[in-house]
Ligand binder design. Sequence first.
Ligand code: NAP
Ligand code: F7E
Length: 323
Amino acid sequence: MHGKSALITGITGQDGSYLAEWLLSRGYRVYGLVRRSSTENLERIEHLKEQINLISGDLLDQKSLIAAVETACPDEVYNLAAQSFVPVSWHQPVLTAELTALGVTRMLEAIRTVNDKIRFYQASSSEMFGRVQEVPQTEKTPFYPRSPYGVAKVYGHWITVNYRESYGMFACSGILFNHESPRRGLEFVTRKITNAVARIKLGLQDRLVLGNLEARRDWGYAGDYVKGMWLMLQQETPGDYILATGETHTVREFVKIAFEHVDLDYEKYVVIDPRLFRPAEVDLLLGDPSKARAGLGWQPEVSFEQLVKMMVDADLARWGKKV
Ligand code: NAP
Ligand code: F7E
């Protein structure tokens, strides 16, 4: 029996790098779609370069997606590529829609063109719940997105469901709540905090400028969540699942634990800048992962406190080496 093969879009991102590791550990041949840039951008997958195959392509370019699927001949496609930073979606709403919404259709069409038996995972988001209609949020909670990003993800979710229902494709939408790691982009609040805490502790920075400290998120560890993505595609029938911890914490709590971990008082360093507040905020996210627990046997292993400390420790080690 030959091993399975998978194509990951967004392999250079946080989740793409953990998913590639996970699939390699399961004996997969791993292909990753990478877009052209003038400077190499493979930091998160540098350690995997010898074991994976990179294919040039762009979610904005239909032909390149068909060619990527033809080259990889995958059993499974994981569509993780997106414009994923919420604030940018207000500045570049059309690009966000082209990529985060229509990009999903392009990938589904590429699969349908080459081989409609390929299994498909779509990276949907808790941002679709936005102004939440119930607490906690389940797979049945109505969507009410609050940003152009959230709106684009709602489209991506429904086009995935629609291709499943229209063409009988094995297409799954994973509705993932925030998940973080030492590989999280520096612009997201968790990594912005842990990076600053490390730099402040080492005397490289003296303050941390943040926006809304009262927003609540259901934060988990990215390494746990990629296993759930894979599990969705191993089931007998396709479906949509929430991955979440079932706990919610404020940004303030994250900040407090991160500073306390290095024996500092956050109130001495954190400055609030109203310009970092969003035009429309998502105040409270709390996911109910019961369906994934029962149906996939999935549950997160890293706790909130462990996650914060893991990220601070990784940034301390990174900056410690440089000073
Ligand atoms: P990320 O670190 O921002 O990675 C995004 C990836 O998309 C990068 O590899 C990026 O490539 C790629 N990409 C961007 N534009 C592209 C294009 N035009 N063509 C091809 N690739 C392109 O995001 P992440 O945190 O790993 O998240 C993965 C996915 O899950 C995203 O769809 C995100 O919206 C979704 N999601 C994330 C979370 C979370 O908490 N992390 C929660 C729910 C859903 P470059 O390196 O070239 O920029
Ligand atoms: O913001 C508040 C901000 O940018 C979290 C993406 O992966 O998860 C992510 O989206 C909260 C918000 O993530 C700052 O107002 C305060 O309430 O880390 P974030 P996000 O918007 O929740 C979802 C599930 C995705 O799908 C997205 O792709 O933190 N906040 N001060 C701040 N946020 C940022 N970025 N920077 C601040 O200074």
